[in-house]
Design a protein around this ligand. Sequence first.
Ligand code: C2R
Length: 190
Amino acid sequence: MAYSKKPLVGIIMGSSSDSRIMQGAAEILDEYKIKHEDQIVSAHRTPARLAEYAKHAEKMGFKIIIAGAGGAAHLPGMIASHTTIPVIGVPILVYNDKHPKKSDTKFSAFGGLDSLLSITEMPSGSPVVAVGINKAGNAGIYAMKMLANEFPDLKNKLQQHKSNQHDSVVKESDQLKKQGLSKFTKNKFK
Ligand code: C2R
């Protein structure tokens, strides 16, 4: 069962290169049948479109916006300045393979800390929450938690998610105990 006919969550990202990370949020929402709409919007590259997107998000009635961006990650903060919809920021460790020959420019020089700080260090009065660097899946889970206030069935699903996590840790611990650390590690990471 889907929770609504219309999307409840808007997922945006600064560039197509972020899609490999941001799909982690979509995976979780899809698993729990929460509809989302996905777009590329950049505060830097498409500033007018950013303002239009905020209006679109309000019109669509999105409950949450998940915004991922790397480097000078102004997208989450700027979208938050255009709307009252809560924004969850996903700091992205820039991996730019558009210039494969310049291997030293592939990764952000600051390892994602640049994006994290750009997202979290908002001025007083304009908050954006953020998950860890590249942790788009956590943004999906957090969005579910917020939606569970409105859709009680999602609370049960979150409970189930927690209990699955618990069971998988216990299962691995049993294997580790049985096989011993060396054998377990060789098998797990072969
Ligand atoms: P390219 O791979 O397209 O060069 O983008 C994107 O999120 C991406 O991680 C490199 C990085 O630039 C980021 N970007 C932003 C914004 N727009 C694009 N941080 C923004 O408006 O905040």
